[in-house]
Write a protein that binds this ligand. Structure first.
Ligand SMILES: [Zn+2]
Length: 531
């Protein structure tokens, strides 16, 4: 949406005098959102001038809160990216069956995913592999009986319910899947979303396909050997199964029923040509530190993070093409800024240092946090924990705190204590199949062995709150209507900020460093010897 908000920001800030502490927190939190999700920031796309302005705003706020610069250039850590944009008019997909070529319509039938750098031309056989998972430690082998050598793997992007949530999240990710497919000799992928777990309707998600995709410039090849990545519209997926003796509808029914799904070769080849515009761009992480006071612990760091980037300007929905990203994730950055400001004012002196980081490139695949975790501005071995906030959705009162990673590390105890102090109950992720624990920036830290948590305003399933959250996701998630003009529960936001602040201080003041639980799947990502 477009409107002038500068005056509103000033009015909000001036209006905090005489308010209760939580009202003041809420007002200042929302003023940051008004600044960051303002039309002048142009949707904060990674590498855009709007993102740079937003980064400068965050740096100025860090400074105002008394944080010391912890970037490379003051508060800023420049992050170099390779950017790729599809030239759809010079690209094509077609099914080749019985000597006949059946073109697929880009955008309607399928989209080319440029998070993978595609080969300019490819033709390969198709093999359907159900969930598409090979996890020997769990006795799962969806590849049995099919030859994937030189093939394009076709899979339903779901994970079997028999897997514990964190494993669903980890093995369901595109990066882990590609490791399995590459080991089996595959050359590409066609992923078909399960309509039941699609966050965004196809008609809206397909609008994003013309936006640039990115990868970190200092990573040689993020998906080695992958020549093609296609996302198939589930409503058009029957085309792939024609002549196979199976239908997509049957396969989907098996997935939805929690039943085993067969694997089989599809009697078709996929022919693809892609034309890609490539460029190198730069974006910004922003980092500031509140120095700890304990002589022994002050060189250890608790990282509070939130992603600053959003989707920029893209396909119009209801005549609006500016993706303001107010909840995703100006709200999270605003929470981090307010924690920094209120800690400074409170006079609380944490033992360890608290490092505040706003990262770029989350929407491009957790890239800014990956870069920060790979090139941290403090010694990585000294980062003891990460607490991330991404789209915490204060749409109704905060009574339940949804904690991703609650039972994975002993940070669970800290967050339980912080929630209890605020009169809030904690809740583990009620929908692990949505892969939330690996879908935001905390995962970049987890992969380096750093215990992490992420939190949101929680709700029980089948309640009015669940319906409000589902409606928000269907209507506003990654849509231009995630703007300043939407109903928000400010008192829930204030309570969330209070919990994050308390949690950060609790972790900073712990006698011992946080550690993964022995039972945790994520314990396998131990710290590298170079740490
Ligand atoms: Zn997002």
């Amino acid at each position: 949406m477009r409107r002038m908000v500068t005056i509103a920001v000033l009015a909000t800030l001036a209006g905090t005098i005489g308010l209760r502490a939580d009202e003041k927190t809420a007002a200042r939190w929302f003023a940051h959102i008004e600044a960051l999700a303002n039309d002048a920031m142009e949707g904060r796309n990674t590498g855009s001038p709007g993102h740079r302005r937003a980064a400068e705003y965050v740096a100025a706020q860090f400074k105002k809160s008394g944080l010391a610069p912890a970037g490379v250039d003051g508060y800023i850590q420049p992050v170099p990216f390779k950017s790729r944009r599809i030239v759809e008019a010079q690209s094509s997909l077609a099914l080749v069956r019985d000597g006949k070529t059946e073109p697929l319509t880009l955008g309607d039938d399928a989209t080319l995913n440029l998070r993978v750098d595609p080969a300019s031309a490819l033709e390969a056989p198709l093999a359907f592999v159900g969930y598409g998972l090979s996890i020997p430690e769990r006795g799962i082998n969806d590849f049995a009986g099919v030859n994937l050598k030189g093939a394009i793997v076709v899979y339903i992007a779901s994970t079997p319910r028999s897997l514990p949530g964190p494993l669903q999240a980890h093995f369901g990710s595109a990066a882990e899947r590609w490791k399995m497919y590459q080991a089996a000799g595959a050359v590409g992928t066609i992923s078909i979303a399960n309509p039941k777990s699609m966050d965004i309707p196809w008609a809206r998600s397909t609008l994003a396909r013309l936006q640039p995709s990115m990868s970190l410039a200092d990573v040689l090849d993020e998906a080695p050997g992958q020549k093609l990545s296609v996302t198939m519209n589930p409503a058009r997926a029957e085309k792939l199964f024609a002549g196979s003796g199976h239908t997509f509808a049957e396969m989907l029914a098996l997935v939805d029923g929690g039943k085993p799904v067969p694997s089989f070769a599809l009697p078709a080849r996929l022919s693809a040509t892609t034309t890609v515009e490539r460029s190198i761009i730069e974006s910004q992480n922003v980092a500031g530190v509140l120095r700890g006071t304990d002589p022994k612990l002050r060189d250890e760091y608790v990282v509070l993070s939130a992603h600053l980037d959003h989707l920029g300007i893209g396909g119009a929905v209801n005549g609006d093409s500016l993706y303001n990203g107010a909840m995703d994730n100006a709200s999270g950055v605003a929470a981090v800024l307010e924690v920094a400001a209120s800690l400074g004012e409170s006079g609380v002196k944490p033992a360890r240092s608290i490092l505040f980081v706003a990262v770029t490139g989350e929407e491009k695949g957790l890239l800014g946090s990956s870069y920060f975790a790979a090139h941290p501005t403090v010694p990585r071995a000294r980062i003891v924990a990460n607490v991330n906030t991404d789209m915490f959705l204060p749409l109704f009162p905060l009574k339940l705190l949804m904690v991703l990673g609650l039972d994975e590390s002993d940070l669970g105890g800290d967050v339980r204590a912080a929630a209890k102090a605020a009169g809030v109950t904690v809740q583990a992720d009620p929908e692990p199949q949505r892969n939330r624990f690996v879908r935001s920036d905390q995962y970049s830290f987890i992969k380096f062995g750093i215990p992490a948590l992420a939190m949101k305003v929680g709700y029980e399933e089948h309640t009015p709150e669940a319906a409000v959250a589902a409606k928000w996701t269907a209507e506003r998630y990654h849509a231009p209507s995630d703007d300043l003009n939407q109903p928000i529960d400010r008192s829930a936001a204030a309570k969330y900020v209070e919990i994050v602040r308390d949690l950060a201080v609790r972790i900073a003041n712990r006698a011992d460093r946080p550690k993964w639980n022995d039972s945790s799947f994520f314990k396998r990502f131990s710290r590298s010897p170079s740490d």
